[in-house]
Design a protein around this ligand. Structure first.
Ligand code: SAM
Length: 240
């Protein structure tokens, strides 16, 4: 899968995405991540990419021309208009099912805004999806773009090894994951739940399933409305 990140701060996304699992997947050729510097495409002789907002008000607005030309350079190379995400607090809140959906694309363009945002006209021209990473305002779209690349990349076949497999993780089936433990068996007087040491896989699975449900009820009760539960679990755990 190819990611093209349109940004004014290419070094930020390059440095943020070249380590650990994502960095290895890039080295192995499963992913390519290209930071496209929007400033390289400005026609302004002083390399300006922003200007004052029409109608007045605080801050600067990123201009349409450099963004469009940066996007065009990617579209021309791909030979088609790619799915293009604008990271914005005004977008749909990013969820695991969106990560899965994006992972089905061969190429994805991510546009990172800065300052007060981006001239609306270029958004209308190129953007297919508006995505927010939460109800708060950041200074730029680079961190949200990195969040999206990380979450989407994990869904690309081969990026996670078997040991790191994404199955059974939080949000699979609409539940949070059960608690995890590793060595030693006792730490600071706290013991690993004895069932995990029993070697009885059926009992371990049943315990984990129950913990998943209880944890979801405690921490994210909103997820319970749509979680995939058996009839027995519905009777036991769903309110009403
Ligand atoms: N004036 C804009 C508004 O009120 O909606 C906010 C602009 S913000 C200071 C600058 C840039 O950061 C945005 O263009 C967007 O790319 C990015 N950004 C900020 N918060 C974000 C969030 N929660 N999710 C995704 N992108 C965000």
């Amino acid at each position: 899968m190819k990611f093209y990140i349109l940004t004014l701060f290419p070094e930020m996304v390059e440095n943020g995405l070249n380590t650990s699992i994502i960095g290895r997947a890039v080295k192995n050729g499963l992913l390519s991540i290209e930071a496209v510097n929007i400033r390289d495409y400005t026609l302004d002789k002083h390399k300006k990419v922003d200007d004052y907002p029409y109608g007045g008000g605080a801050g600067m607005v990123m201009q349409a021309q450099p963004i469009y030309d940066a996007w065009r350079s990617v579209a021309d190379r791909l030979g088609h208009a790619p799915r293009t995400v604008y990271l914005t607090p005004q977008g749909h809140c990013f969820k695991q099912n969106m990560a899965k959906d994006f992972a089905g694309e061969d190429a994805l363009v991510l546009l990172c805004g800065h300052y007060e945002g981006v001239d609306e006209r270029v958004l209308e021209e190129i953007v297919t999806d508006y995505v927010s990473i939460g109800d708060y305002v950041l200074t730029g779209g680079e961190l949200p773009a990195m969040v999206l690349v990380d979450a989407v990349s994990r869904m690309v076949p081969g990026v996670l090894t078997n040991e790191q497999s994404g199955t059974g993780e939080s949000f699979e089936g609409g539940l949070l994951e059960y608690p995890q433990y590793s060595r030693p068996e006792e730490w600071m007087g706290r013991k690993v739940p004895s069932i995990l040491l029993s070697g009885d896989h059926a009992k371990v699975d049943a315990w984990r399933r129950e913990q998943s449900i209880l944890r979801t009820i405690e921490r994210r009760p909103d997820l319970m409305d749509t979680a995939q539960l058996s009839e027995e679990e519905v009777r036991r755990y769903r309110k009403g």
